[in-house]
Design a protein around this ligand. Structure first.
Ligand SMILES: *Cc1c(COP(=O)(O)O)cnc(C)c1O
Length: 428
């Protein structure tokens, strides 16, 4: 083992340091395997109940009428997430599109959207119209209200109660912290929040942005009262195989609205050819519980590797996990750059290129990104990015297998050691 790690550029000190940490995590990894096992059975059960057969993998083109594979896949998602219906389509181009669709389809002029969990994910600011944007909900006369989080990152219940009015039609709850410093929420916490909101106004629609959360726990927000859950197929539920796509799962009437909005009034779910990607959607969903477990192990491994070297990590080395994202504060631009170069060097694709910081549109500082992915921008695959500014933190996520995630993290550490940013004597 050491020989092949050495051939890949990992020194004996770094390898041994990693091994000690991996051994100390055995119990936690066993628990993650249990979650993956349960979720795997959930998916298999859903595929069996819906009688998936080879016919479901056929190519459909044109209008896509009677696309058996597409329709059954939507039932598989609905069965797995315990919802009445689902919309799972390659025509949903990304997570932001899926969220914009769920909102736009179910809100009408005069309605108000409420976020009781503070600021939503960056790209949603333009969807909602928090930042003025063409085609935003604001342009259609849909208002927005936000209740900020308490100091501890959790819910300000009295303020939420006050913010729910006769206009409040839909509440959006983001499960993962995204690029914020607040905690990612457990399914249990989301359930408590939904129960509170429904007690005040039972008819309000509760939607959960489930991006990065699928299969991290044995339950999903739809198991604790969410009326719709929404996510991207180039994150967790695509299992690394889906080349595009998004999903919305939830109450039948809400999903119907989404279908009419995605295609056209009158057409809805009946059209939308799957163009040969459907087998990858099935197979990716089948693999997703295991893929997610590898990514979660990688995140926990990284937290332990870096926390013990004195770098602040969020979540910390012992916290329970509700998504696949890990933040590590390296404290210097050189640290962020070395980390990302290490992640890149471990990739199966584009390992020979070296990422550099650049002024990315939409960011107020240079950003460095590392990814060597099979699917462009896929963040269920091992990837890292960091803005070159205080506090010099990198966010990283994914890894289609635990072994790859582990190599990536060891490579990142090796690059920090080689750059003189971590001392060898600290690897004892
Ligand atoms: C990734 C993400 C989105 C947006 O998804 P894209 O596919 O990048 O458009 C929305 N919300 C959260 C929490 C995310 O992690």
């Amino acid at each position: 083992m050491l020989t092949i790690y050495k051939e890949l550029g990992i020194s004996e000190e770094v390898y041994q340091y990693g091994e000690k940490i991996a051994v100390s995590l055995k119990e936690r990894f066993d628990a993650i395997d249990q979650t993956a096992e349960y979720n795997q059975l959930k998916v298999i059960q859903a595929m069996q109940q819906n009688k998936i057969s080879a016919e479901c993998f056929n190519y459909s083109s044109g209008y896509g009428y009677d696309d058996l594979g597409r329709d059954r896949l939507e039932q598989v998602y609905a069965s797995t997430f315990h919802t009445e219906a689902a919309l799972v389509r390659p025509q949903i181009t990304c997570g932001t599109h899926a969220l914009a669709l769920a909102l736009g389809a179910n809100l009408r002029p005069g309605d108000e959207l409420l976020s009781p969990v503070g600021k939503p994910y960056d790209t949603l600011e333009e969807v909602i119209g928090i930042r003025a944007s063409k085609g935003s909900l604001a342009e259609y006369g849909i208002t927005y209200r936000q209740v900020d989080l308490l100091e501890d990152g959790y819910f300000d219940y009295p303020a939420i109660e006050k913010a729910i009015t006769e206009k409040t039609k839909l509440v959006t709850i983001q499960r993962s912290k995204g690029y914020q410093t607040r905690p990612s929420y457990s399914v249990e916490k989301i359930g408590e929040l939904i129960a509170f909101i429904k007690k005040i106004k039972p008819e309000v629609i509760c939607m959960v942005d489930n991006c990065y959360g699928e299969f991290v726990e044995t339950r999903e927000p739809s198991d604790v009262g969410a009326d719709m859950i929404v996510g991207s197929l180039i994150k967790n539920p695509g299992g690394g195989l889906a080349p595009i796509g998004g999903y919305i799962a939830g109450r039948e009437d809400l999903i119907e609205n989404c279908a009419y909005r995605l295609t056209s009034p009158g057409l809805g779910k009946e059209v939308g050819a799957s163009l040969g990607v459907i087998k990858d959607f099935y197979q990716g969903f089948f693999l997703a519980p295991t893929v997610v477990s590898g990514a979660v192990k990688g995140a926990i491994f990284a937290a332990n590797v870096y926390e013990k070297l004195g770098f602040p990590v969020v979540p910390d080395s012992t916290e329970s996990r509700h998504d696949i994202i890990q933040a590590v504060t390296l404290g210097s631009a050189d640290g962020v750059i070395a980390f990302c170069k290490g992640i890149q060097a471990a990739a199966p694709v584009d390992s020979y290129v070296s990422p550099e910081p650049w002024p990315m549109p939409g960011y107020d500082s240079d950003v460095i990104m590392a990814a060597g992915a099979f699917v462009q921008g896929s963040s269920i695959e091992l990837s890292a990015d960091g803005p070159i500014k205080e506090p010099y933190a990198v966010y990283f996520q994914g890894g289609l297998t635990w072994a790859h995630a582990k190599l990536g993290i060891l490579q990142s550490l090796q690059h920090l050691v080689d750059a003189g940013l971590v001392e060898k004597k600290n690897l004892q």
